[in-house]
Design a protein around this ligand. Structure first.
Ligand SMILES: C[S@@+](CC[C@H](N)C(=O)[O-])C[C@H]1O[C@@H](n2cnc3c(N)ncnc32)[C@H](O)[C@@H]1O
Length: 228
């Protein structure tokens, strides 16, 4: 019997009120993910619970709400350090009509788990995950019209990414999230506010900048915009 933390049960229930397409498959994929990770990748089980919280969902819903308001058509989105991509792929497909989502993630376990959560999208050629450290290798030129990084606090500042890709990518939309929470060891790059996040990300044309206190008590900052 798989044990699911109370917080993750609530978050999963809330998530499913937002699932608009492939609902039965989504439920089956989620159920199987919990079973498989418990059995095959048990050391990842606590992290799995951490990825399925109401605060995680809140920050992803906030993201799609704000991008939706901007009314910018997005076909192909690159997730930078997208972790298990448990909420974001479905929301991008359902709410923003995104056609392809590619996750660039350096953790192989995260890749495998993301494929379990998103089996329905992987089978349809909508979701793909590549094991890649985005700070050390560049991208296919002009393939993406948007890059989403909700893991900015976990990695070097985005100007490293921009430096690597300055000659190869066009002018995609960037959606960045971070926090000022310094308690966790893996928050190697927290920022003080959304202004600092925009500066780090070299977002010169800011379309949206905001702060939210999530129900976990953590501050979340988000910047949406272009480099030029
Ligand atoms: C804890 S998770 C994401 C948490 C984040 N708050 C969110 O809501 O998505 C951070 C992820 O970033 C990934 N990551 C960190 N640095 C990276 C890099 N340079 N390239 C690719 N992935 C990276 C890690 O492997 C991890 O899966």
């Amino acid at each position: 019997m798989v044990e699911i933390a109370q917080e993750s049960l609530v978050a999963t229930a809330m998530y499913f009120t937002n699932v608009k397409s492939h609902q039965e498959e989504a439920a089956a994929n989620w159920k199987q993910t919990f079973i498989d990770v418990d059995k095959e990748l048990n050391y990842q089980y606590k992290r799995l619970m951490d990825a399925c919280t109401t605060a995680q969902l809140e920050s992803k819903l906030w993201l799609v709400d704000e991008v939706e308001k901007l009314d910018i058509p997005l076909k192909q989105v690159g997730l930078l350090g997208g972790w298990y991509a448990n909420y974001i792929v479905q929301l991008l497909v359902d709410r923003l009509a995104v056609k392809k989502v590619h996750n660039f993630e350096m953790d192989r376990d995260a890749k495998n788990i993301s494929y379990k959560f998103n089996k329905r999208f992987k089978e349809r050629g909508i979701y793909q995950c590549y094991v890649k450290n985005i700070m050390f290798s560049n991208f296919e030129p002009n393939l993406y019209d948007c890059f989403i990084n909700t893991s900015c606090e976990h990695m070097y500042p985005m100007h490293g990414f921009h430096k690597l890709n300055e000659n190869t990518i066009n002018n995609p939309l960037f959606v960045l999230q971070s926090t000022d929470e310094r308690y966790y060891d893996d928050h190697i790059n927290p920022v003080w506010d959304a202004e600092e996040l925009a500066e780090q990300g070299k977002i010169k044309k800011v379309l949206y900048r905001g702060t939210r206190r999530l129900n976990s008590g953590m501050n979340r900052f988000m910047v949406i915009g272009y480099k030029r």
